[in-house]
Design a protein. Structure first.
Length: 403
């Protein structure tokens, strides 16, 4: 099969579905990921995927300013609303749809697979009359469906009109053919009423990954805490001041905790944190897939990539959720007993220290995470996606073509 994958050009979004790309490619299918021209080289070098450049970068400083201004001024809901307005706009969804249609003139895919906040591939598939598959990388339920009537549907209806298509359906059109989840139903989407398939999450790996040397040097009589607050928020210049405040409170707490800390601290923040205690080890980037299996606690923002990773490794969490799917994921972890949730708006060092001590001392958090891990392991391997995709392309999957 010829499979075109469309994704918003953010590395965390690519990581959300790159293992599916690997699974299909490993079975001999022609899989190409549509990316900005300047992404083709490094994405192939680091992840080994075949790419097709579709023009200049379409996510820019203007978009970042808009969404993080909304977050700082109006909170998480305003961020989500602004993000969906941007992602369904002419300069994002409209641009990608046009470029994909140009690609299809000389390389026509049998199916388009797209992540849940990327709508250009979906629109192009509708024009071409081919199946489309949406992969939940996190915000599907929390943002895309939640804002469908208010934001997504009006935006997509305008784009569809420009492409000669009927208005966007009352129910999200991206769910019409096939939805892919890489979480067990015990975690989310248990009542999903669309064609839904689940596969076991595999931790995505970059070709340059190596376990940090410090791992082998840590004392064996102390728990290991791994800190990573994701990439989008902490790396945003518009959000940097707030991120810095949160890092100060986290490191104040971890300085008082009897543990070893491995912290992913983006290089922009290094000048502010040069005098941390010796048990706190920071580095600009940490290979999460190689570190998680060695740690006792994961402090995270709660993005679905990180949640799937921590479930797969059976590691309990302390969660500081910011926006999009983070709050819902963090709430679900707390409900399932795998972690403790802290509000990043009101967080104090006392909150962080108490949460870490609680999760490290109470073995029920580890047991709950390991129970969820067993449900994850019971899911089919991602190679099963090829068969489901084949049945979809051949029109044999229930629900295909339903309006």
């Amino acid at each position: 099969m010829r499979v075109l994958v469309t994704v918003n050009p953010l590395e965390s979004h690519v990581r959300g579905l790159v293992t599916l790309v690997d699974a299909l490619g490993g079975l001999g299918h022609d899989v190409r990921v549509a990316v900005p021209d300047e992404w083709s080289g490094w994405l192939h070098d680091l992840y080994g995927v075949t790419t097709v450049g579709i023009g200049p970068m379409w996510l820019d400083i203007e978009l970042e300013t808009a969404v993080f201004s909304a977050l700082l001024e109006g909170g998480a809901m305003d961020f989500d609303r602004t993000l969906m307005e941007e992602f369904t706009s002419p300069r994002v969804a409209g641009y990608v749809a046009d470029r994909v249609l140009e690609v299809s003139e000389h390389w026509r895919p049998h199916v388009i697979v797209h992540e849940c906040t990327e709508f250009g591939g979906y629109l192009a598939a509708e024009v071409l009359g081919i199946p489309h598959v949406v992969v939940d990388i996190g915000p599907l339920e929390a943002v895309v469906q939640g804002l469908h009537q208010e934001v997504v549907r009006p935006g997509l209806t305008a784009r569809r009109s420009q492409l000669g298509l009927a208005p966007e359906p009352l129910a999200p059109g991206i769910l019409r053919h096939l939805t892919v989840s890489m979480t067990p139903e015990q975690f989310n989407l248990a009542d999903f009423d669309t064609p839904l398939v689940r596969y076991r999450h595999e931790l995505p790996k970059r070709r340059d990954e190596q376990a940090p040397d410090v791992l082998a040097q840590l004392p064996e009589d102390r728990p290991i805490v791994y800190l990573s607050m994701g990439s989008i928020g902490p790396l945003s210049s518009r959000f940097m001041e707030r991120s810095t405040e949160i890092y100060y409170k986290i490191f104040e707490a971890l300085s008082a905790l009897e543990c070893s800390v491995i912290a992913a601290l983006p290089s922009q923040y290094e000048p502010m944190f040069r005098s941390l205690p010796s048990h706190i080890h920071t580095m600009p980037w940490i290979p999460q897939s190689l570190v998680l299996e060695h740690v006792d606690l994961f402090m995270t923002h709660g993005g679905l990539n990180s949640i799937r990773d921590t479930i797969t490794r059976g590691v309990p969490q302390v969660l500081l959720p910011f926006f999009a799917d983070h709050p819902g994921n963090a709430l679900r972890c707390e409900q399932l007993g795998t972690g403790v949730r802290i509000d990043p708006v009101t967080v104090t060092a006392t909150d962080v220290l108490a949460a870490c001590e609680r999760v490290l001392a109470d073995t029920s958090y580890r047991r709950a995470t390991e129970e969820l891990q067993q449900h994850m392991r019971a899911l089919p391997q991602q190679t099963a996606f090829a068969g489901d995709l084949r049945r979809l392309v051949e029109g044999k999957l229930e629900g295909v073509g339903a309006e």
